[in-house]
Write a protein that binds this ligand. Sequence first.
Ligand SMILES: O=C1O[C@H](COP(=O)(O)O)[C@@H](O)[C@H](O)[C@H]1O
Length: 260
Amino acid sequence: MSTTSEVVIYGNPDLLAAASAARLVTRLVDLQAAKGSASLVLTGGGTGIAVLEQLRQSPARDAIDWSRLDLYWGDERFVPREDDERNEKQARQALLDHVPVDPERVHAMAPSDGEFGDDPDAAAAAYADVLAAHARPEDHGDVPTFDIMLLGLGPEGHTASIFPESPAAYEYDRSVVAVRNCPKPPPTRVSLTFPAIRSAAEVWLLTTGEGKADAVAMALAGAGEVQLPVAGARGRRRTLWLVDKAAASKLGNVPTTPHM
Ligand SMILES: O=C1O[C@H](COP(=O)(O)O)[C@@H](O)[C@H](O)[C@H]1O
């Protein structure tokens, strides 16, 4: 398990999104060359979706073999399939509808008008089953070792849909849980838990804006994960923070790589 975090700071949100998209292309191409296929966990949120839009606009996106990419989500807003708030819908509009992904390898969480109806616990349990079905013997339990997991964060420190002091922040048995009464709408969600997040080889935390500066600084200073869930998001091999100048503005003496 990696213990140190790397921090790369970009001059503005557009630069961060473009550079993160370029980084994704390079990393996914290298992974596919090394082992045939790759897996990527997507995030919702403004920065994560901006990265997908940049990827769509990049001619280099064609270097990725989209048919050999497994896609998952770190969390989902539990709303109807066509609701604009749905992370899957936003990701499809930003990127997935524009590249030749294999539909069998796009593992979305169920919507509230899907096969489990308006039952987020059933949707969460079904997604845990999907993860378990894709875990291999060499993985660590019932979750695949995702190659790259993208995550965002909220100003109060939530990541995926693990909110501070919420039941999901105390969950270490199940890989996926239903989340209710979220302080950020929509109130009902489905989320990976800390153990599932930490099964990823690489976790990339993407965020921009001054509103995230306190959470970024506290996470990198070693805050507790129940109080500040993003502090518990780390990869087995790498934890990479990709932030803009404003989000990095409260970092003290954490070593960083500035890219202005
Ligand atoms: O609701 C959510 O928000 C966070 C962060 O979003 P942002 O717009 O503030 O960047 C995101 O990580 C999460 O996946 C999403 O469901």
